[in-house]
Design a protein around this ligand. Sequence first.
Ligand SMILES: C=CC1=C(C)c2cc3[nH]c(cc4nc(cc5[nH]c(cc1n2)c(C)c5CCC(=O)O)C(CCC(=O)O)=C4C)c(C)c3C=C
Ligand SMILES: [Fe+2]
Length: 421
Amino acid sequence: MTERRAFSRRGLLGAAGAAVATGVAGYAAHSALAGEESQATDTTGPVEFHGTHQAGIVTPAQDRLHFATFDVTTDKREAVISLLKEWTAAAALITAGRDIGQYGAVNGPGEAPPEDTGEAVGLPSARLTITIGFGPSFFVDAKGNDRFGLKGKRPAALVDLPHFIGDNLDPNRSGGDIAVQACSDDPQVAVHAIRNLARIGFGTVAVRYSQLGFGRTSSTSRAQTTPRNLFGFKDGTNNLKLEDTAKLEQQLWVQPEDGPDWMVGGSYLVSRRIRMTIETWDRTSLSEQEVIVGRGKGTGAPLGKAEEFDPIDFEAKNSDGELKIAKEAHIRLAHPQFNNGAELLRRGYNFVDGSDGLGRLDAGLFFLAYQRDPRKQFIPVQRQLARSDVMNEYIRHVGSGIFACPGGVTPGSYWGEKLFA
Ligand SMILES: C=CC1=C(C)c2cc3[nH]c(cc4nc(cc5[nH]c(cc1n2)c(C)c5CCC(=O)O)C(CCC(=O)O)=C4C)c(C)c3C=C
Ligand SMILES: [Fe+2]
């Protein structure tokens, strides 16, 4: 792992030569690292920030999340562009395990606030990735006004999510003009990332809400073991994985024929804060829990099968003639076979945000799913789940968001450059 260090301007020039001429402090320093690490295979070191796709999507899911959405508080297009440039430069540095700015946390002048808040000094990057997306309200405000001259560039796939049966959405935990997903194997590194982006954004953006996640609920690589959610079940078995490259083109990445141009190589993120009434679940029998999910709790195998990755047989019946995987089991309703082939790359996290004053934990799943087109993927799948999933007795969707996450950043460019071109 790379040691995080505060560094001086001289150190920066040493690393990157005269390349600081980009005008974005520290940006070139990270460029010098480009190509050293592969985000697909390296499980310990820094994850490469630059690439065809943004890091943090197929990157093997890290253990911790700090997710935040921001409202833009300025009406000046140039101010938004400047912020995105500054954010990109900062993200390139901290994902490489470095401090932000020329002087970092501790080498600046004593009279000024430090450029970096410092809580990550000495910590490795712990595979930090920072992924950005733009919500519908970034393009047009609630009255339909074109905020930054981008109305015509709003992707058709970036729809406002419809109301689903059972939704109980809190506006203070929903929406946002810009989403930033910071994932790392170290919670302090993920929090440091969001905190510093918020700090840089002061006067241009304000945090709308943020969410911490402490345990990944999906694997996004076959090299990872499948983790468990707060219902105690293996979650992420039948997920899209980074090794499924052909499928990722079909299901995850926006293709040239989809348009708009600025989204090619990108993906759409749907976030849902899903409260789980774990106290009620914990009083439900083991066999009932397994029927609801459609998989064994111990092995994670489809009911009627022995191993986690055994193929699911939706026709198989018990000796009494009942389907082994019930009509309203979660995995049947969510499976591509019953959703016109639609799949999702799920990348969610468990959360426990204290208790609710009624003796219940405010616990659940912060569901994150990436896809090529939410109109064909998340929306129909969630419609079906909202209508029929028996799991609904134990869960409630309380927050929601949808974001267009552009393709990857190349050295010298910035997040959203093609959008603003
Ligand atoms: C709209 C999409 C989905 C929501 C919302 C959702 C919520 C949710 N899921 C679990 C637990 C499990 N889900 C599992 C599988 C699974 N879930 C979805 C989609 C949504 N889940 C899909 C597409 C799949 C894969 C179906 C398949 O192809 O087999 C599983 C089984 C293990 C696995 O394959 O991942 C579990 C367990 C919870 C607890 C939850 C909301 C809190
Ligand atoms: Fe699920």
